[in-house]
Ligand binder design. Structure first.
Ligand SMILES: *Cc1c(COP(=O)(O)O)cnc(C)c1O
Length: 335
């Protein structure tokens, strides 16, 4: 290695390895063996309230620091977990953070957005734009920062570049050590980097992605990222992707998702979010129902975080409140 080589190094931001825990009561409620279903706690990565973006941000921020960055600029929805964790990473590393968010001011100040404020991030509202148009606004913001003498680093949507996905190749290695004999890991697929990194380590046959409606072409997105990580092409058709949990779209709450939230909370005391992990669990339940996941094999559910998003989602909060039992204790509890 020469002094000019630019091997990227991750910036330490999280606590590794994250725990792997059993979910025996949820397993039994689904007709699986008590030992068949496990949960990988990537909601417990630590910094900023936790979540899967921390693994990607370690690589992206490490490279940004090596490049002399003074600011991080990224994009997302108003309730973006990725934006919130980028804000936390910037605070930890002493970098300024600008969040270019889809939407208009005043729409909501709850959930992730409240935390963005605590972490000291600057928000630029981009209006009703998505995809490349949102990225274009981020480029303009970065250009203005450069004009003023700053060194901005553009963090890709969801932290999903080949560099960021390296963090999930590492998560796959943790799973190989923690869950020998793993048959399937179930993961929410948003911007795709999480699934792509797992596919790189575990192969496409052991990773079941549940599309959340964040990108137009999930198979193409994941296959491009996974191919970028490896020497071989990962064909879109080789990926296990469920497309049946999107419903009315990314931000909309569905009945199977709300059922998954209450079932997981009541059997295991684990909270999921309405956009990502709730869809992933609804997809896992559907996969048990249609025989894609079977008893006697080890399944791991990847908890990717997102709890603040629950508190920024009025429909999910109203549905949760409607679940509240008031009055005499229910004698069937504990069944
Ligand atoms: C971003 C996110 C995901 C999806 O991860 P991608 O790498 O974008 O596919 C899943 N769960 C939560 C809570 C997230 O914030």
């Amino acid at each position: 290695m020469t002094s000019h080589s630019r091997t990227p190094q991750p910036a330490p931001l999280g606590n590794w390895p994250t725990p792997l825990e059993a979910m025996p009561r949820l397993a039994r409620s689904l007709g699986l063996g008590a030992d068949d279903l496990w949960i990988k706690r990537d909601d417990l990565t630590g910094l900023g309230g936790g979540g899967n973006k921390i693994r990607k941000l370690e690589w992206i921020c490490g490279t940004a620091l090596a490049d002399g960055a003074t600011h991080l600029v990224t994009t997302g929805a108003a309730q973006s977990n990725h934006a919130r964790l980028t804000a936390a990473a910037g605070a930890r590393l002493g970098l300024g953070v600008v969040l270019v968010l889809a939407g208009t001011p005043g729409s909501s100040a709850a959930g992730n957005l409240a935390l963005d404020g605590l972490f000291g991030a600057t928000v630029v509202w981009a209006g009703d734009v998505r995809g490349a148009a949102l990225g274009a606004v981020a480029e303009q913001v970065a250009g203005r920062l450069r004009d003023r003498g700053a060194v901005p680093a553009l963090v890709p949507f969801g932290g999903s570049s080949v560099l960021g996905a390296r963090g999930y190749a590492q998560c796959g290695r943790e799973l190989l050590a923690q869950a020998p004999g793993l048959a399937t890991v179930v993961v929410a697929a948003g911007s795709g980097g999480t699934m792509a990194g797992l596919v790189d380590t575990l192969g496409p046959a052991r990773v079941l992605g549940v599309h959340c409606g964040a990108v137009a072409d999930p198979a193409g997105t994941v296959s491009a990222l996974a191919s970028g990580l490896s020497d071989t092409t990962v064909e879109p058709g080789s990926l296990r992707l469920r497309l049946d949990q999107v419903g009315e779209g990314y931000g909309a709450l569905t009945e199977p998702v709300m059922a998954a939230l209450t079932r997981t909370a009541r059997t295991e005391g684990i909270v999921l979010d309405p956009v990502y992990t709730g869809r992933a669990m609804a997809g896992l339940i559907a996969a048990v129902e249609d025989g894609d996941i079977v008893p006697g094999q080890r399944t791991v559910f990847l908890h990717t975080g997102g709890l603040p998003g629950l508190f920024g989602h009025p429909a999910a909060l109203a549905a949760a409140e409607a679940e509240l039992t008031v009055g005499e204790a229910d004698l069937t509890v504990g069944e």
